[in-house]
Ligand binder design. Structure first.
Ligand code: PLP
Length: 336
């Protein structure tokens, strides 16, 4: 049990000893030449998991999102997404800056898909006065909505709508592994609802770095060119891909522990544990910054994600004892 319980994000994990050994032992080559066998292995493995043709290793989820979205929408077109989507709120305008797209949003209390709202917004071709909608982006699990899972039925309904209109679908699956473990829905079933995806190894899976774009061969070929153009061509990064392969092998099923810890913490801050689907708890507090500061003084690090919104995230480096200790602190603060 560590002194401080750090619940700010699941990106804070440090590689385990076994992961570090896997990294040290990785076979490597120059990946810009396509000669890193470990990178190739993770790209093939992840593409297969989601039932897609190909995948591309990237340093960050944000880069994977930018590359993926640009395969489904181009300059002067728009992408529809939920108002708190990471692509809209937390990528610093990258999709506008690099790809030249705009976004319009619908709002959903749990970050879900509001199909009637999507239909209302959708405008593929309304003449030369309107921005044409090219794609719809969804986020599963949804970070700022509190780690919520998109029901597979809603994703299938969106897929059917998209097929009927010619819209493309991007899935920000930074935490798709958490959705899979929480619901038992196969990764390939999530994969088949999207044209292109971004998935992260550096969140709940505990790798120090690494994300992938997943899609058909054309999308991945195009993404490889754009990754290089953006300065993201990497050399002997099999050492990083090895961490991801280790994580896929050993850190997926254990996400259930993080989900149980999140429910325990939810109870302490007055959130119905049944409403917590995965490893993130977001709750209202009249003074989010004050609550976060008070928790920090008591050894529990959490974050404000809005003036009245507080977020807790459980992860690989939070033990059951850590979660219990943090819950006791938060219970005291929430009561007082
Ligand atoms: C849903 C979601 N998508 C994408 C990202 C971006 O990942 P990265 O921080 O690796 O750029 C994050 C980061 O937390 C995220 O929560």
């Amino acid at each position: 049990m560590s002194e401080i319980v750090d619940l700010r994000s699941d990106t804070l994990t440090r590689p385990t000893a076994a992961m570090r050994r896997a990294m040290a032992d990785a076979e490597v080559g120059d990946d810009v030449y396509g000669e890193d066998p470990t990178v190739r292995e993770i790209e093939e493995r992840v593409a297969e998991l989601f039932g897609h043709q190909a995948a591309l290793f990237t340093p960050t989820g944000s880069m994977a999102n930018v590359l993926a979205v640009r395969t489904v929408a181009g300059v002067g077109q728009e992408v529809l997404c939920e108002a708190r989507a990471h692509i809209a709120r937390a990528e610093l305008g990258a999709h506008a800056a690099y790809t030249g797209i705009t976004m319009r949003t619908w709002s959903h209390p749990t970050g879900g898909i509001d199909l009637p709202a999507v239909k209302e917004l959708f405008a593929p071709d309304m003449g030369p006065f309107f921005v044409p909608t090219a794609a719809i982006a969804v986020e599963n699990t949804h970070n700022f909505a509190g780690g919520t899972v998109l029901p597979i039925e809603d994703l299938i309904a969106l897929r059917q709508y998209a097929d009927s209109t010619g819209a493309r679908i991007h899935l920000d699956g930074a935490r798709i592994w958490n959705a899979h473990v929480a619901t038992g829905v196969a990764l390939a079933d999530y994969g088949r609802t999207a044209d292109v995806m971004a998935v992260c190894l550096s969140k709940g899976l505990g790798a120090p770095i690494g994300s992938l774009v997943v899609g058909d061969q054309d999308a991945i070929d195009e993404s490889r060119i754009w990754r290089k153009r953006m300065g993201g061509g990497m050399r002997q990064v099999g050492v990083l891909a090895a961490a991801g392969l280790h994580a896929l092998e050993h850190h997926v099923e254990r996400l259930a522990d993080d989900h149980a810890h999140a429910r325990l913490l939810a109870e302490a801050v007055g959130v119905d544990p049944a409403a917590v689907a995965t490893n993130i708890v977001v709750f209202d507090h009249p003074d989010a910054a004050g609550f976060v500061a008070a928790a920090g003084e008591s050894g529990v690090r959490i974050s404000a994600v809005g003036p009245r919104a507080v977020r807790l995230v459980t992860h690989l480096d939070v033990t059951t004892e850590d979660a219990q200790r943090a819950a006791a602190v938060l219970l005291r603060l929430a009561a007082g």
